[in-house]
Design a protein around this ligand. Sequence first.
Ligand SMILES: Nc1ncnc2c1ncn2[C@@H]1O[C@H](COP(=O)(O)OP(=O)(O)OP(=O)(O)O)[C@@H](O)[C@H]1O
Length: 241
Amino acid sequence: MDTTVRTDAIVIRNLSVKRGKNPVLRDVSLTVPRGSITGLLGPSGCGKTTLMRSIVGTQIVESGELTVLGAPAGSKSLRSQVGYVTQSPSIYPDLTIRRNVAYFGALFGKSSAGVQEAIDAVGLTAYADQRGDELSGGQKTRVSLACALVAEPELLILDEPTVGLDPVLRVELWERFAAIVAKGSTLLVSSHVMDEAEHCDQLLLMREGRLLAELPPAELRERTGEESMENAFLALIRSGA
Ligand SMILES: Nc1ncnc2c1ncn2[C@@H]1O[C@H](COP(=O)(O)OP(=O)(O)OP(=O)(O)O)[C@@H](O)[C@H]1O
């Protein structure tokens, strides 16, 4: 048996993607280890969403190989194993948080206990009976996350989940991600805020459709001699990585 299949949640080899006529991902190869938080970091427009769409199988790819939890990306068998929360989460405004999450729970045969657990996991216990249209942007993001969590996916892919959140909520959400991983899931989280790299076990640093580096935060610091992640990223670009 290929050991990479057991230890890596995602293996990508030589992925190239065009959107319209433009090359958006260029010969990207990477791995995402199981049971970790992997941060996909890079400036706006560098191709993070396109990479995530490729992993979940909603993006037409030009060439390359993508293996997700041991199966080709987009396989039917992955539907219940992979959760994807997009950048603009949509929830039903006329339903309460509990009913929003229960709707997704029902799709995966989950009990009301499972629904409650997902709501608790995102810190919305006290708001469970509030309607979708009575929530703040950050709360809506967390409801979307609960809708993905209730399926208990092995792999959770979150596209810029902390964008627009205040610093306190942002830290709280990262703590929740750590708790989700501690229970055995794998998380791939994108962000264009370099400082969020702090919260990740492994980093995928992207720029202009290419992967610049694949390494843990401590190694990035060591390699660049920079303390702040923002400066480390800049140093990496200047070094021509
Ligand atoms: N539907 C589309 N048609 C053509 N080009 C597109 C389309 N969607 C995105 N692009 C281009 O693909 C590139 C990568 O976009 P992508 O959304 O993957 O980047 P991103 O890193 O996720 O950005 P952000 O952090 O702003 O969400 C950008 O240059 C963008 O202009």
